[in-house]
Ligand binder design. Sequence first.
Ligand code: CAA
Length: 260
Amino acid sequence: MGYEYIVVSTHGSVGEINLNRPDAMNALCAGLMEEVGTALTAFAADDTINAVLITGGEKAFAAGADIKDMAHLNCVEAIQDDFPFSASGWTVLKDYRKPVVAAVAGYCLGGGCELAMSCDFIVAADTARFGQPEVKLAIMPGAGGTQRMARAVGKARAMELCLTGRLMDAEEALQAGLVAYTTSAGRLHADALATAQRIAAHSSTSTQLIKESINQAFEMPLSSGLLFERRMFQTCFATEDRTEGVNAFIEKRPPAFRNR
Ligand code: CAA
């Protein structure tokens, strides 16, 4: 299908969504986030896709929710529409089952940072700058920023970032635990894609159960999380891919997973 704000492509079993609204620093207008939802839903239904990569541009992954769109929004409309979750990208990503990697270069601010944090992990170029500057507009993060930033970097730095609105460079984001690894801007796409392809080469049942189990670490007390993990581990023994993976190791050959 034709998209206005994103470019969708596939690289083997990785689906890529490139945010492509360069004139507005990839600001996340409703149309863009609706298209992200549509593309994610299509990749979810595509059995040949095992992982998704979300990328932006050189200058910006995304500079936040579209401030111009918000200018005339009143409180009642925001509540009635459940803004910004009125656009399907947010809701689809929140409950997405296939692994999603965010590749970030340039500005990754406000809703853009919240979008990146909604992915399973972030790979950052050395040009990346992260922040939740909503306080400067007399608003606040509204798509998970206070919650996911606090979980990623801890209370003290999340408070300091969200209350001052200052930006954090890639090196600080790495040290703080917001990103999985950093690379050069020139290598970002190749490196993040290689990581996504490495994930996608595994059995999708296994990767989805791992993703769900790690996410439970942020929802459950330890004893419940450990039980959840053990039951998911035991579930893996029902798959054909588990038999293939173990046999391939013993027979000293690469496994041929079929997502069954
Ligand atoms: N919304 C709408 N348009 C935006 C935008 C945004 N979030 N960010 C940038 N743009 C637009 C600018 O208005 C400008 O458009 P025009 O050329 O038509 O004037 C264009 O993108 C280029 O931006 P700048 O000229 O400002 O570029 P710069 O290099 O001088 O600065 C920047 C870049 C530091 C990212 C700056 O644009 C900026 O501070 N943007 C806003 C960041 C922000 O406050 N984000 C939070 C938004 S609120 C939010 O996200 C709420 C939530 O939690 C859901």
